[in-house]
Design a protein around this ligand. Structure first.
Ligand code: PHE
Length: 340
């Protein structure tokens, strides 16, 4: 028995040494030290025929062989597992020191750029920046601005009506009403925002565009004050002194009402294609606040007066950046938008 056991042991150790995979090892284990069909088992079958001493000696040999084979299996298995782990570590490593590619930086919309500049400018002159809702009441958009239901001026601003009598505001002027109610006199406010009109869309007309409303109410407010602030506004935007003129303009919520023109920035007034040879560019409507509007805003027109203006932010952005198609501004095309 001794020599048979020794040769099984040698044979098994040799097989273990040349095993290539964990599966190979498992097969060897089952065939040698496996409980049911392992080769070592066949040796213990003869134990019954042996005497006590002989059996003890044979048992010792058998155990020694079993331990030798099992520890060889374990050692080899541990090596295979370590090799597998190393292979995984090698194939899956990540260099955490490589800088991340990062988020692509965004850019401001041209209208937003101008809006922020004007907000800064007016805030520096003591104006509060307000915002009103895009869905307005008919009253705030029209009636409180001295445009009663049957007034022809309503036709100038056709809009989108919603259920329940509300509408998409056609201008930022309803924020005048909200501002008067909220702040009370004296007040200085501006209100940039999105407005809507039922327009046929073409290169110079959009159903959605941006305005910036301005209003000042105080004890004594004159056209001279209005001109002062408008010149400050335009000098800020165009970064140089500008020459302005007022022409009469009609808006039911101002009296007197004006169109403010700026002397053409390209030709300086001598006439060119941009100003259509007139020397002037029409820039913004404005005027002194109509007493009815003050009254409807809860302000006594015998005690207070004011001016108001409405700047077309979209139009201004188009002038500043020489954009010739208004539809580009809302088109969402990044090739266009990232240029500013
Ligand atoms: N709300 C007017 C418009 O959109 C512009 C305006 C504002 C005119 C303030 C005068 C004073 O047409």
């Amino acid at each position: 028995m001794e020599s048979a056991l020794e040769s099984l042991r040698q044979q098994s150790l040799a097989r273990i040494a040349s095993a290539k995979t964990l599966d190979d090892l498992e097969t060897i284990r089952v065939e040698t030290v496996g409980r049911k069909s392992g080769a070592l088992n066949s040796f213990s079958k003869d134990f019954g025929k042996m005497g006590t001493e002989e059996r003890a000696a044979a048992g010792k040999l058998l155990n020694a062989a079993k331990q030798a084979i099992e520890s060889a299996l374990d050692e080899r298995k541990a090596r295979f597992e370590a090799a597998a782990m190393n292979a995984r570590l090698e194939s899956e490593w990540v260099d955490l020191t490589i800088p991340a590619p990062g988020v692509r930086p965004g850019s401001l919309h041209p209208v937003t750029i101008i809006q922020k500049e004007i907000e800064d400018l007016f805030q520096s002159m003591g104006f509060t920046v307000l915002s009103g809702p895009e869905v307005e009441t008919e009253y705030n958009n029209f009636d409180a601005l001295n445009i009663p239901p049957d007034h022809p001026a309503r036709d100038m601003q056709d809009t989108f009506w919603l259920e329940g009598g509300n509408l998409l505001r056609t201008h930022t002027s309803p924020v005048q009403v909200r501002g008067m109610q909220r702040l009370g006199p004296p007040l200085r406010m501006i209100a940039p925002g999105r407005v809507f009109r039922n327009e046929e869309v073409d290169p110079s007309h959009e159903h959605t565009f941006y305005q910036l409303e301005g209003m000042m109410v105080d004890r004594e407010v004159s056209v001279a004050n209005l001109i002062y602030y408008m010149k400050a506004l335009l000098a800020g935007i165009f970064r140089r002194d500008v020459t302005v003129r007022l022409r009469p303009g009609y808006f039911p919520f101002v009296e007197p009402g004006f169109e403010l023109d700026v002397q053409c920035l390209l030709c300086g007034g001598s006439g060119c294609p941009v100003c259509k040879q007139s020397g002037w560019l029409e820039l913004l409507p404005c005027g002194l606040v109509h007493p009815n509007v003050l009254r409807m805003g809860g302000i006594d027109p015998d005690q207070w007066m004011g001016f108001a203006f409405g700047l077309g932010l979209t139009r201004l952005a188009m002038m500043r950046y020489q954009i010739d198609d208004i539809r580009l501004l809302q088109g969402g095309d990044l090739r266009f938008l990232t240029q500013f």
